[in-house]
Structures are given as C-alpha cells and as structure tokens.
Design a protein around this ligand. Structure first.
Ligand SMILES: *Cc1c(COP(=O)(O)O)cnc(C)c1O
Length: 382
C-alpha cells in the first residue's frame, strides 16, 4: 500500500505547495532592493494579521526567540513580572524571566483550566509593583484559549505592560493588538502562518516602546532597537532567513486572500468538527475552554496515551501530538491550524478510530466520529 504521511500536529503545521515552492527559488542577496521589497511586503501583511499600526519585526529564530526578545527588551534587572501559567508555554515565560533575574509571581492553574480576568485584577491590586504581565493567547500544550481582551482591559488602566504569546493563536483566534491594548505581541512561522519553522515576529505598543528605550537587560541579537533601525532602512539587522521570508510572503498572500475573519471562522469550524468527532467516540476534552487551534483529548481509561500517538504515527503515518511533561500519556492533541481542511479532520478521526481499535478499545460506534464531523463540515461548506 502507498502510505501517505499526514501532519496534524499543533506545530509545525502543513505547508501549502506554493509556499513550499517559494523556498526553492535561487537565493537572492538580502542587501538588495529586491529583498527589501519582499521584506516590506511581509512586514505590511504581518501588521494586518497583528491588527496593528506599529512595526512588526521578523526575527530569525523559533517562537521562543521572540519570547526571549519580549523579556529582554522591556525589563530591567530586578523587575517584577506576573506570569499567567496554565501549561508548558506559560511556564516558559517564567523560565525565561527567571533566567534574566526577574522576580516572578505566577497565577498558576491546572492544565486546561481558565484564568478569569478578575483573578488578574485581584493579583494586580494586591501586588501593583509588577512591570509586566506575561500571558498566552492559545496555550498549545492544552488547547485552551485565554481572555486576552479582559486581561488588556485591566493592564491598560495601569503602567503595567501586557505581553501576549500568540505563537499558535494569532491568525486562528481574534487578538487585535491595537484595539484590545496588547503591549507586546509575538508569534511564529510554523503554526497558523503555514510556513516552515524558523521565523518569529514581535511588535511593541507605544507604551511598550517607552520601556524598550529605557530597559537595561542585556541583549544583542534580539535588540528591538536594532530591528527598528534596520526596518527603517527596509531591511533586517542581521542576515535574515531569506528563503523562509519568501515562503512567508506566499503564506501571507493566502492568509490575506481569506481575510482574518475568514481564517478565524475556518479554524472555528475545524475545531468544532474535531470536537464533535471525538465526543461522538465518548472521549472527553481536556480543556474547559478549547480554542480553534487544537483539540486535546483525554486518553480513554486504561489505555497508554504515549503508545496511542506512536501507533497512529507508525502504523498509519498520521502525526498528532502527545501530552508534554508532566502530563505525558494523559491526553493527546490533534492540531487543526494553518493549512488544514475538513477532509484532514476526517483523516485524523479515521486514524483515531483505527488506532483505538488496534489498542482494543472498541467502546464506540464505528464511523461515529466521521458522521459527527461531516455534519459540521457540511454546515460550514460555503
Ligand atoms: C510553539 C509555541 C511556542 C514555542 O515556539 P518554538 O517555535 O518551539 O520556540 C511558544 N508558545 C506557544 C503558545 C507555542 O504554541
């Protein structure tokens, strides 16, 4: 049998053919007007996705590089930060801050749980001396989305900066930077931007820029001022990932063609179809507030979740993601962001049913997940 591979992980995500092709063109030099034109077109399109009039800087790094850039550009040694930690990536904010000697206070909740804006307000009232709040739009380790609009309403009334990790969420969930009052927004190429890994994006509000100008944490490669000065010469501070930027240009053309509203409703439909499918199998969702990006599903009782993911990959070449430490095996994650269509969801659910069957779990109606997902795909097929 010909066994085709399918990538349904929440990053990296599948890359459309025209985006792949753009990466194979003969290389051009980056200090040329030809590159500047591409770079400025990409920057403009990123502004659209970020919904900001500010500059968006493209960094050559994975998403975590932009997280580090956010920390080192706005804080001073000894500053205090409040981190909203509801999973692996919230936890990464704390780790980066501590690495730079920032005093971290956390609002820590169990994976998959909500963090109500009221709780943030309470913490800020009790500890008003924090310089920044670090949050996550879509916590990719659990599929949970957070109330960035509510958080921003609270920080906007203070001198505190709101930093948002939009690495998997931006482009699939609403997060209008200027309108909501987000101070630092970051994202990365390999999630909803349907581009290979290796680029990260960051933008600062005018309020955040005031901190950038005075902050004294050590930084060189990720210096926002250097990125700013270079962008005003229509280029990047260091040698950019030229091929990836060309690929991103094609991906952004697709994204603009669909439009933000269209992208968000598409991702919502993919998420609803996936949730309906797994629930039809009698499986439970991990998250209290699952978003459009991925669906985290609790491993059925008595099954080995690590084996489930591996079996689906080895036997059927369908690549979903497992749960990360310290919850390995407890649940699995089906990614449905970026270049994913309704029939990819059908593929994932088919593979899930077959894998569960192989593992001896047959406590469901065969094909049940497919009918449930089909109904939603059909409803949204416009
Ligand atoms: C993927 C991801 C990251 C980490 O990005 P890398 O590209 O792996 O460095 C951080 N935050 C969130 C929410 C993510 O989804």
């Amino acid at each position: 049998m010909i066994k085709k591979p399918y990538l349904l992980s929440p990053g990296p995500t599948p890359v459309p053919p025209e985006v792949l092709q753009a990466g194979s063109r003969p290389l051009i030099h980056h200090r040329t007007s030809e590159f500047s034109e591409i770079f400025m077109e990409v920057t403009e399109a990123l502004r659209y996705v970020f919904q900001t009039t500010q500059d968006v800087y493209t960094l050559t790094s994975s998403g975590s590089g932009a997280m580090e850039a956010a920390v080192v550009n706005i804080l001073d040694p000894g500053d205090k930060a409040l981190v909203l930690n509801a999973g692996k990536f919230g936890d990464r904010w704390s780790k980066i801050c501590r690495t730079y000697g920032i005093a971290v206070r956390e609002i820590k909740v169990p994976w998959g749980s909500d963090i109500p804006a009221a709780e943030l307000a309470e913490q800020i009232d009790a500890h008003p001396d924090v310089q920044a709040v670090f949050s996550t739009l879509s916590e990719t380790s659990t599929g949970t989305v957070y109330d960035i609009e509510g958080f921003a309403r609270i920080t906007a009334a203070t001198e505190i900066l709101l930093v948002v990790d939009g690495i998997s969420g931006l482009g699939a969930m609403p997060c209008p930077m200027d309108h909501w009052g987000v101070d630092v927004l970051i994202s990365g190429s390999q999630k909803s931007f349907m581009t290979p890994p290796g680029l990260a994006f960051i933008a600062f509000s005018p309020k955040a820029w005031r901190s950038v100008e005075t902050s004294s944490l050590p930084r060189f490669y990720f210096d926002a001022q250097a990125a700013h000065n270079a962008l005003h010469k229509q280029t990047s501070a260091w040698t950019p990932a030229i091929s990836l930027i060309r690929q991103l240009r094609e991906a952004l053309k697709i994204m603009r063609g669909i439009g933000l509203e269209g992208l968000i409703s598409h991702h919502r439909a993919m998420a609803e179809a996936t949730r309906a499918g797994v629930q039809a199998l009698g499986l439970d969702l991990l998250s209290q507030i699952p978003g459009n990006i991925l669906t985290a599903v609790k491993t059925p009782h008595g099954l080995d979740g690590v084996r489930l993911v591996k079996l689906m990959q080895d036997r059927f070449k369908v690549h979903i993601a497992g749960a990360q430490d310290p919850h390995k095996g407890e649940f699995f994650r089906i990614g449905h962001l970026g270049f994913i269509g309704g029939f990819d969801i059908i593929t994932a659910l088919t593979a899930l049913e077959m894998t569960l069957g192989e593992m001896g779990y047959t406590d469901f109606e065969q094909g049940g997940s497919l009918s449930a997902a089909q109904a939603i795909i059909k409803e949204n097929w416009i």
